[in-house]
Ligand binder design. Structure first.
Ligand code: SAM
Ligand code: SF4
Length: 321
């Protein structure tokens, strides 16, 4: 359906847990987050009812996220349930991939179309420092398994952090050199500007670098086209693409086609707004109406570029990025 700004809203991001096996410095506190009671997190049945209601309003693409979606017990069954909802054309997932190697084949069979894998460095020690708990080799094994299982096209997401990983831009972008034919099957590497929310909200300004550093590092990049909120580029001779997601330096709100559901069942029409619509306890027409209200009232834009602060009251692990 169309929102008040006449944007066609067709994409839902569903956070299926706020827990994670990593503790990325910009996303989660070192000691993790207090574990919510099982009953505070949406059940599979509640998620299915929400997705069904959203699909009746024109949501066609569903992205499963978290926290780390692969730590949610029964994730393969959940994917199967959600992929079967009438109207949903595509179920995708954003994951750190460290647990993906063992699950890729089953997820594909359950109806998952493809994955976006978060990878902020290709240096093992740096990977451990950024994720605090993760091992690069596990993430790479997850990527390989995803490719073998046919979870294509595989996209890599890399959050840019000044003084942390900007020196690796060329190497990370190089994952897209051979596109789907490369050993990790990466069709696109997308560099994302770090957003001031949650753990990194009080980081020094130098960490928040514009994604133009990618264009400086790879001056041969040629613009291809926009893909919603991502601007795509190609290096002559490369099979895959390089994308820039620039919420701060190039606000893309007029292209935004998405809504989000937090792991505790609140609809967030905008990642950076404090507006949340509680969906738990609603059923049938009431549930559809609450989602319709959320979509229609989606804010026109965020103000992060001016204020350097997100108005969201939530950390990223609760929303799912
Ligand atoms: N655990 C999964 C993962 O890391 O892919 C899914 C959830 S994670 C919250 C989703 C995405 O949000 C990841 O790509 C992560 O890098 C990104 N992210 C988290 N905090 C961010 C921030 N402050 N600014 C920009 N991206 C952020
Ligand atoms: Fe976990 Fe993803 Fe947040 Fe890293 S970015 S701590 S992997 S939820």
């Amino acid at each position: 359906m169309l929102d008040r700004q006449e944007r066609e809203i067709s994409y839902l991001r569903l956070s299926v847990t706020d827990l994670c096996n990593c503790r990325c410095t910009y996303c989660m506190p070192e000691n993790g987050v207090p574990k919510l009671a099982h009953s505070d997190i949406l059940s599979f049945e509640e998620m299915e009812a929400i997705v069904r209601a959203a699909a009746s309003l024109g949501i066609r693409k569903l992205r499963i996220t978290g926290g780390e979606p692969l730590v949610r017990r029964g994730i393969v069954d959940l994917v199967r349930m959600l992929a079967a909802v009438p109207g949903i054309n595509e179920v995708t997932m954003t994951t750190n991939a460290t647990l993906l190697a063992a699950l890729a084949v089953d997820l594909k069979a359950a109806g998952l179309s493809r994955v976006n894998v978060s990878l902020d460095t290709l240096d093992p020690a740096r990977y451990q420092a950024i994720t605090r708990r993760g091992h690069l080799e596990d993430a790479l094994a997850g990527l390989r398994a995803a490719h073998r299982a046919g979870l294509d096209p595989i996209k890599v997401n890399c959050v840019l952090m000044g003084g942390v990983n900007v020196d690796e831009v060329t190497r990370i972008a190089g994952l897209a050199r051979n596109g789907a034919d490369g050993p990790l099957g990466v069709s696109s590497v997308r560099f994302i500007e770090l957003m001031p929310m949650g753990e990194c909200a009080c980081w020094p300004r130098q960490r928040f670098v514009p994604a133009d550093v990618v264009l400086d590092a790879l001056p041969g990049l040629e613009p291809v086209r926009g893909d919603g909120v991502t601007q795509l580029f190609r290096m002559p001779g490369w099979r895959g693409t390089v994308g820039l997601i620039r919420p701060l330096s190039h606000r893309f709100c007029s292209e935004c086609n998405r809504i989000r559901i937090t792991s505790d069942g609140r609809l967030k029409p905008c990642l950076h707004s404090s507006t949340e619509i509680p969906l738990r306890g609603l059923e049938g027409p009431e549930l559809v109406e609450a989602i319709r209200r959320g979509i229609y009232g989606k804010p026109a834009q965020h103000h992060m570029d001016r204020t350097h602060a997100s108005e969201s009251l939530r950390a990223m692990n609760e929303i799912g990025g």
